[in-house]
Design a protein around this ligand. Structure first.
Ligand SMILES: O=c1[nH]c(=O)c2[nH]c(=O)[nH]c2[nH]1
Length: 309
């Protein structure tokens, strides 16, 4: 964030509106409906230092106006568009419409409404809430430069075998964990990936390009986590699985320059219960105590060495 000198101090500021909720419906003449629900956050960089220093708000874009703009622009979108394209469209509006606005950050979380199937047929206008969420963030400067990041929040995945955690060579007097040859591997993936498009003028023009990409990235992440349907894939650690998922994403998508994965290790503890007469429950890779507190915390990012990032 750029700073300026104000009354002998270094000063940085931005202002915006958070959690603006909007839903948009599109209806085809054939009666097929499409719906999105977005939670929008906006942050503007602008020359409005006067409002901080004195009784002068003449340079301010009111945050109420930003909120209204979300609805006005949603109304103007006559065709369904990706959450990325809406974030870009909004950010672009703020930097071009307001002379004093030098940069805009727009982030959006999309609620996963999915079309339902009734009697084996996709419903024309019925939707149910899915689980993981699609996120997007567009950072746009007045010059037209762009930083576009997409993500997944809350992708919960679990496998019941082909996971171990061995060879803890750092075993010290505080280490109690034995080598685990068989375990449940469960996590809730948060993924972020940055596209290599760095200007508003070099973006792919194909409608729903970024929606398709989101679905493909999700598939690559999940397929790498699970492996082939019958045999699966061996995981020696969350770390290794995370790395393979990140690498598969960069290898598969040339226009993704950076990927960050956060994968908490949601432990499933073996259950062994005994009383004075002996075992009540003896763990045989079958009965577990699922926990999420405490959980392992593993995150990493991967980017191309030769990218401009
Ligand atoms: O996949 C794992 N990574 C770790 O770093 C770790 N630490 C631990 O106790 N169990 C596990 N499992």
């Amino acid at each position: 964030m750029a700073h300026e000198v104000v009354e002998g101090f270094k000063f940085e500021q931005r202002h915006g509106k958070e959690r603006v909720r909007v839903a948009r419906v599109w209806k085809t003449p054939q009666g097929r409906h499409f719906v999105v629900e977005w939670r929008v956050g906006i942050s503007l960089f602008s020359d409005c230092v006067n409002s901080y220093l004195r009784d002068d708000n003449s340079d301010i874009v009111a945050t109420d106006t930003m909120k209204n703009t979300v609805y006005a622009k949603a109304k103007e979108c006559s065709d369904i568009l990706s959450v990325e394209d809406f974030a870009i469209l909004l950010a672009k509006h703020f930097v071009s419409f307001y002379q004093k606005v030098t940069g805009a950050i727009v982030n959006i979380v999309e609620k996963p409404w999915e079309r339902v199937t009734v009697d084996g047929q996709p419903h024309q206008h019925g939707f149910k809430l899915g689980s993981e969420k699609h996120t997007a963030e567009a950072i746009v400067q007045k010059s037209g430069s762009l930083q576009l990041t997409s993500g997944i929040e809350g992708l919960s995945v679990l496998k019941t075998t082909q996971a171990s955690f061995l060879h803890l060579i750092f075993a010290d007097k505080y280490t109690a964990l034995p080598d685990t040859r068989e375990r449940i591997l469960a996590t809730e993936v948060t993924a972020l990936w940055r596209y290599s498009y760095e200007s508003l003028y070099t973006l792919p023009q194909k409608p729903l390009y970024f929606t398709d990409k989101y679905l493909e990235v999700k598939t690559v992440l999940a397929d790498t986590f699970f492996g082939p349907p019958n045999t699966g894939v061996y995981s020696p650690s969350v770390q290794n699985t995370l790395y393979l998922m990140a690498k598969a994403t960069l290898n598969r998508f040339p226009d993704i320059a950076y990927v960050h994965l956060k994968m908490p290790n949601l432990h499933f503890l073996p259950v062994n219960i005994s009383n004075k007469d002996g075992p009540i429950v003896k763990f045989e890779d079958d009965v577990y105590l699922p926990t999420d507190e405490p959980h392992g915390s593993i995150q990493a990012s991967l980017s191309r060495l030769w990218s401009k990032l």
